[in-house]
Design a protein around this ligand. Structure first.
Ligand code: NAD
Length: 295
């Protein structure tokens, strides 16, 4: 049986790991938060004492960590995982990080003879729970072929974007658009409500009209419009404001390095930065509606 080390059991990593267990894989898991490890052990995983302990004997190592610094911190350096992972293992990093960072870690892995792909995901916590994520992969096609049996247990769509780092570039472009779309959706709903409309009725109209988008259809930011989304649970869980802010920052970095125009992406970044500065960094990103709507 394929032995999988899974590191990073947060809002996304925990349900992804559970789907691998349901899919018949043997998992050894680690997170800095002990309760997150305990939750996975209750679901059938075995607990590792550390990230290094998790990867001993692993055939596949999966990481789902917050940002570039965490991924580089875990893999690189004298005590990094690249010095501990068995030589035939495949590394799959599903975190959303800077493309340069992904290339740096993949290069270091390759220098040690280890195969690595970047495989950031789209689809939110709902997609992670349902096993319907979209994987956006950068790396060698042969390594993606090895990863496929695992990715298929966690996701529905698997794209090969190109060489190492390409998955991250595509993911960042997607998330910049998501940040813009969520802020725009919040603005449209706030405008309608301020002018006397029922947010549910307006959402139904937009969902069948030309303003239709993922936020209005599947992740509505207005409280009470949709069940089982963060806006109806006090904006708990989901995709944090600070994670969206990180992704918009990555888009800005990529734009600077290529002199690209991202006027709306920069505006969205500023809106999320303002929202975070007001104390909402840990809330789901759809809470941006609170920055916009009138009380
Ligand atoms: P999260 O903050 O809920 O989880 C991250 C987990 O990593 C935490 O449990 C944390 O304790 C753990 N961690 C941090 N450093 C660690 C280390 N050194 N060793 C072990 N564990 C460590 O974040 P999330 O929402 O699960 O997102 C993870 C990644 O997926 C991010 O890059 C995010 O941008 C991306 N993403 C998130 C969503 C979403 O909807 N939440 C959607 C798509 C992509």
């Amino acid at each position: 049986m394929t032995r999988v080390a899974f590191i990073g059991l947060g809002n996304m990593g925990a349900p992804m790991a559970l789907n691998l267990i349901k899919g018949g894989f043997s998992l050894k898991v680690f997170d800095l938060v002990a309760e997150s490890v305990a939750q996975l052990v209750a679901g059938g995983a075995s607990a590792a004492k550390s990230a290094s302990d998790a990867v001993i004997d692993a055939d596949v190592v999966i990481t789902m960590l917050p940002a570039s610094k965490h991924v580089e911190g875990v893999y690189l350096g004298a005590e990094g995982l690249l010095t501990k992972i068995p030589s035939k293992a495949l590394i799959i990093d599903c975190s959303t990080i800077a493309a340069d960072s992904a290339r740096k870690v993949a290069r270091a892995a390759s220098e040690r003879g280890l195969a690595m792909i970047d495989a950031p995901v789209s689809g939110g916590t709902g997609g992670a729970i349902a096993g319907t994520l979209t994987f956006i992969v950068g790396g060698e096609a042969t390594d993606l072929a090895r990863a496929r049996p695992l990715l298929e247990k966690m996701g529905k769509n698997i794209f090969h974007a190109g060489a190492a780092g390409a998955g991250q570039v595509a993911k960042i472009a997607n998330n910049m658009l998501l940040g813009i779309a969520m802020a725009g959706t919040a603005e449209a709903l706030a405008l309608g409500v301020a002018n006397g409309l029922d947010p549910k009725v307006l959402s139904e109209i937009i969902a069948k009209s030309s303003g239709r988008n993922w936020a209005i259809e599947l992740y509505n930011p207005w409280p009470g419009v949709m069940e089982n989304v963060p806006s109806s649970k006090g904006y708990a869980g989901g995709f944090g404001v600070d994670l969206m802010l990180k992704d918009l920052g990555l888009a800005a970095e990529a734009a600077v390095s290529t002199q690209s125009v991202i006027a709306l992406g920069e505006l969205a970044r500023n809106l999320f930065a303002m929202h975070s500065a007001q104390g909402s960094g840990k809330l789901d990103f759809s809470s941006i509606v609170n920055l916009i709507k009138r009380d």
